[in-house]
Design a protein around this ligand. Structure first.
Ligand code: SAH
Length: 217
């Protein structure tokens, strides 16, 4: 995501009732916040939020949380929420590296990663949201039957992610190198901002789904 400093973005995020400002005080209390026991799904690196807002609108029986670390990006989603509020969606303006401090084990049932930053340099591999250290963070907040869904147009990042999934002991439950021509995996697909941009240039979209490793006693 190209970063422009937008004046007032930090203040708007700080004042928004759609943003949870103290997530480290929240582990174990997210269902109270939503006021129901519906499952919680989360997108990490949500950008301007179109994907998540469409999901939230289509699925009122699911609670959604969007994580985006930059206020200037999140601002766009807040503006859309003001026009069309959704009661089953909250945002976090935080770094996903701290995820385990925000949620109790098993509190989030599904995590979406869409068009995550590729960090192409090998020395930055640990920053990739599908690296083993991030997968371990996701495992800590998902229940055993929890799900991870990852879409990208970046083949190198996708190959890296398949290796991480295997190395971290996750079970691959779905994999395609051309999502938009894979009728089964594309069913119900909601395009993200980046997905629309890259697929309109003719790039294939890669997708994998996976479940966390089963712990052995
Ligand atoms: N999911 C959107 C945006 C993809 S760009 C889409 O598909 O259109 C990736 C986004 O992830 C950027 O907005 C970036 O700021 C955010 N991001 C990257 N690393 C992050 C992290 N560690 N925590 C939270 N957000 C992150």
């Amino acid at each position: 995501m190209r970063l422009k400093h937008i004046k007032g973005a930090e203040e708007a995020v700080a004042q928004s009732p759609c943003v949870i400002h103290n997530p480290k005080e929240r582990p174990g209390t997210w269902h109270e916040l939503f006021g129901n026991q519906n499952p919680i799904h989360m997108e990490i690196g949500m950008g301007k939020g179109r994907f998540l807002m469409e999901l939230a609108e289509q699925n009122p029986q699911i609670n959604y949380i969007g994580v985006e670390r930059y206020s200037s990006v999140l601002l766009r989603a807040l503006q859309k929420m003001e026009e069309a509020p959704l009661r089953n969606l909250y945002f976090l303006c935080e770094d996903a590296a701290e995820l385990e401090e925000f949620f109790a084990p098993g509190e989030v049932e599904r995590i979406y990663l869409n068009f995550s930053d590729p960090w192409p340099k090998a020395r930055h591999a640990r920053r990739r949201l599908t690296s083993v250290n991030y997968l371990n963070r996701y495992k800590a907040v998902l229940p055993p039957q929890g799900q991870l869904e990852f879409k990208t147009d970046n083949e190198a990042l996708f190959d890296f992610s398949l290796e991480s999934v295997e190395e971290a002991g996750w079970q691959l439950t779905g994999c395609t190198r051309d999502l938009h021509h894979d009728p089964a995996m594309n069913e119900g697909n909601i395009m993200t901002e980046y997905e629309e941009k890259f697929s309109s240039r003719g790039n294939p979209i890669f997708k994998l789904t996976a479940v966390p490793p089963r712990e052995h006693c």
